[in-house]
Design a protein around this ligand. Structure first.
Ligand code: GLA
Length: 433
């Protein structure tokens, strides 16, 4: 999230309030331990109690005492297809059980009061007067509300409490989760009256146009359209998507480098600009080119000398990465995990050498993981510039992987890792009662 500090080991909600907590050795050890979700702070009973604490049983709400229900939206981890979404390409994300949840009670008026469970800080929005962005977390809700209204969808005021286990600035799409959980909280009991893909596109517009980050569709798509037990392959041009089951006996492990991923910085937008510059040159030579999706290896070879060296590297990555998504889908379907491992390795190398979005910490984390027997595949995930890796491991290898990361990663980098075993979950909706 732009303008916010990196998350402290104490949790993302403290960071959202601008409070940074120094981590002592005991806290570091605790944070480095294996986190398992779903976490107790997301439990419906916990959220209801937090709601009562924030607003009281009657809450001063014009509706008086009423039913409090809970809506949820997951973060995501991308298996492969990085920096391809804004090039009309292919992505293969998984919605994960690191989530945001809001316990909310509708109001009769058009106000929103949303309290952070961790700190009690309250953000407010008047749905009839959504002003300019404030540079804080409430912008994600305000921007989503504005775009929902622009799309003609109804909005409901509410009082709510937000809890989260999605770490901020980590490449796990806390922004998209906040947009999608907001969309559900702003809707009536049946959820937004539009299909999940449409809601995802509305949320993306909120992030592009209101928050001001030129992200592609992948994160919002994953948070809205995720499928339990599976990754979902999205064609970002046609918007066709299909479910790709995660093979049995493959565990997803997310490892945080301890370095925040600062998507709000100029680097992400600079990569987009590199790609757009390449499209402008190639479109002048080949009328069929509207985006890098229309470029293949043969075309690239024909015109390589017309591109500046930076643009050429970016295009090479995108062209091959799209192919790797399709190849990964096939390998996952047939259970060919050696091939998945090779494809992940090639993707990571390409992101490091051609797209230049990896970091020494991400490279170390991947190197440590792939050295552990029983690890199937590992690569950086998300935008890069810090954040997390995704590792596919045999279940019996997870403990050794954890031990190895906790032993070797701090020694090699001086940073404190965080490790989550995550499960693939459904996209945004109402939480189980
Ligand atoms: C961020 C963006 C996505 C995508 C990835 C890189 O997560 O929000 O749209 O571009 O980076 O694959």
């Amino acid at each position: 999230m732009p303008g916010l500090l990196p998350p402290p080991p104490g949790g993302w909600l403290a960071t959202m309030s601008g409070i940074d907590r120094a981590a002592g050795p005991a806290q570091i050890a605790a944070e480095a331990a294996l986190d398992r979700s779903p976490a107790p702070e997301l439990a419906t009973a916990t959220l209801r109690a937090a709601f009562d604490a924030a607003f009281g049983p009657a809450g001063g709400s014009p509706t008086g005492p009423g039913d409090v229900d809970v809506v949820r939206a997951p973060g995501r981890v991308n298996l492969i297809g990085e920096h391809t979404d804004y090039n009309d390409g292919l992505v293969l994300p998984v919605a994960i059980d690191l989530e945001m949840r809001i316990a909310r009670r509708p109001r009769a008026d058009r106000r929103v009061r949303l309290a952070l469970a961790a700190t009690g800080e309250i953000g407010e929005v008047d749905l009839d007067r959504i002003g300019a962005p404030t540079g804080t977390w409430i912008d994600y809700l305000a921007g989503t509300a504005r775009e929902l209204a622009t799309a003609g969808l109804p909005l409901t005021g509410f009082d709510g409490v937000l809890a989260s286990t999605v770490p901020v600035a980590s490449g796990l799409s806390s922004s998209a989760a906040l947009e999608l959980v907001s969309a559900w909280a702003l809707a009536g009991p049946g959820g937004p009256p539009a299909d999940p893909l449409t809601v995802a596109r509305i949320a993306q517009r909120a992030e592009n146009g209101y928050v001001g980050v030129r992200c592609g569709l992948m994160d919002q798509f994953a948070s809205a359209c995720g499928v339990a037990g599976a990754a979902v392959l999205l064609d970002c041009r046609s918007l066709e998507h299909r479910v790709v089951p995660i093979p049995e006996r493959v565990t997803l492990v997310v490892a945080h480098t301890g370095m925040p991923r600062t998507l709000g910085t100029s680097e992400y937008n600079a990569r987009r600009a590199d790609c757009e510059r390449a499209v402008a040159v190639l479109a002048g030579l080949e009328p069929s080119v509207r985006s890098l999706r229309d470029v293949d290896r043969a075309m690239l070879d024909r015109h390589a000398d017309r591109l500046d060296p930076v643009a050429l590297r970016r295009v090479e990555h995108v062209v091959d990465e799209n192919d790797r998504v399709i190849a990964t889908e096939a390998a996952l379907r047939s259970g060919d995990l050696d091939t998945v491992g090779r494809l992940f390795a090639a993707s990571h190398a390409s992101l490091r050498d051609l797209f230049e979005v990896s970091s020494p910490e991400l490279d170390e984390m991947v190197e440590i993981a792939v050295g552990v027997p029983g690890v199937v595949a590992s690569r950086m995930t998300g935008a890069g510039f810090g954040g997390c890796t995704i590792t596919l491991a045999r279940p019996e290898a997870v403990e050794a992987l954890r031990t190895r990361i906790l032993r070797d990663y701090p020694a090699r980098t001086g940073r404190t890792p965080r490790i989550w075993v995550v499960a693939a979950v459904d996209g945004a909706g109402r939480a189980p009662k």
